[in-house]
Design a protein around this ligand. Structure first.
Ligand SMILES: [Zn+2]
Length: 186
């Protein structure tokens, strides 16, 4: 199976489990986010106009198929950087689809400066690494001993903490999903 097809199947599996309120929240979140070109081309004009005004309609119907590409995209997001082996195993164990292996190139994400896993689509954009909890701060990633910034501790201290107990801080450790260590390549 190709990687894109695997992501599509995983996304549908999660889409079916969404409650009406969860779907509505995700659509409202989408109205306030930048729009990726790859998603833009899948949307119809009504959805695009709603996105441009950043306002959901008063009678938002999350089940309306015009929002399906938005929801599918959201469901794929946590799996986009996953290895082919992880996707195959996830399909077998969580979705119940028998698949031997998955083919296709990974998206070429960047290594986290703390844990080294390829968890970042871009660095320095204040995204959080799902493996170690590092928040990608462009200043802290230039000045490795500077504790001022998004993380409250320096990059070097975060690295020491990761070596000691597996996360940038004890507080972050409690928020991380240990599964994510198996998900991303190194
Ligand atoms: Zn990390």
């Amino acid at each position: 199976m190709q990687r894109e097809e695997a992501l599509e199947k995983i996304a549908w599996h999660h889409l079916k489990k969404l409650t009406r309120d969860e779907a509505a929240d995700l659509i409202i979140e989408f109205f306030n986010e930048p729009l990726k070109p790859s998603l833009r081309e899948k949307l119809n004009i009504t959805t695009l106009v709603q996105w441009e005004t950043h306002q959901p309609p008063d009678d938002l119907q999350p089940g309306n198929p015009i929002y399906r590409p938005v929801l599918i995209d959201k469901m794929k997001r946590p799996f986009r950087g996953a290895t082919n082996e992880y996707l195959a195993q996830y399909l077998r164990e969580m979705v119940g689809i028998q698949v031997d292996h998955i083919e296709g190139k990974l998206p070429g994400w960047l290594a986290c400066p703390v844990c080294g896993y390829l968890t970042f689509e871009t660095l320095g954009a204040w995204d959080t690494c799902p493996v170690c909890g590092w928040n990608s701060d462009p200043v802290q990633e230039t000045m490795h001993d500077d504790p001022t910034g998004a993380n409250g501790i320096s990059l070097n201290e975060a690295r020491r903490n990761y070596q000691t107990f597996g996360a940038v801080s004890k507080e972050k450790l409690a928020m991380l999903d240990p599964e994510d260590k198996k998900k991303y390549p190194k």
